[in-house]
Design a protein around this ligand. Sequence first.
Ligand code: PGA
Length: 260
Amino acid sequence: MEIIVQPTAEDANLIAARILAETVREKPHAVLGFATGATPLRLYEHLARLHREEGLSFRRVTAFNLDEFVGLDPSHPGSFHRYMEEHLLRHLDLPAERLHVPDGRAGNIPLYCRKYEEMIKSTGGIDIQVLGIGRNGHIGFNEPSSSLASRTRIKALTRQTRRGLAELFGGEDNVPAHVITMGLGTILDSRLALLLAFGSHKAEAVAAAAEGPVTASLPASVLQMHPRAVCVLDQEAAVALKHIDYYDWAYRNKPDWQRY
Ligand code: PGA
């Protein structure tokens, strides 16, 4: 895992935006995996700016989102369909029919999940998967105990996750109990996993994911098995890392041709 610690979240977001932009420039038909939540918001603003000011085009890109709530109408303010429409789709030239967000209203969920996996495969696989991390170490909605080999499936949310989403739904009791989420195995299949984390409330999960044992109890730790995982952090999210001096040194001494 490559760990890049930046002075501020803005510096970290600029690196993440460069990684995505470079991939889309080199491969206009790239397949991107998007995340939702607070973490990638600024990254998406940068992508919109690059589209507006530098003509970065997403016209041929295909995208897959990590997850969606079961039973929620796409127009619900808490739905990730709505989030993607507001924060990404309306600011880019990415064709709406090529942005795939799991359908939380699918009738036959196991069948739908298999189709979602097949759809990803049929595009050639995800080039870059953007990830946030939960305080409990979840990525996507792979809550603790998720199989490290899991594929897209239905998952029950933990109490802690539902509490964290309470505001979005006007109270914890209104947060859907279930989600459809890409699995950890699905995420491991991406060519590059780009994990972003900002703020001291993420420090413990980040340290456990990067430096702790690989365990289903801390699902993000599976990224230690990913052939190419890049973790971009601000200072606060990095405070609990034991080997931070080494990560800094390695990044500062990176050959120019490997820089983002
Ligand atoms: P956040 O959530 O980006 O809103 O902090 C991340 C997550 O729980 O995966």
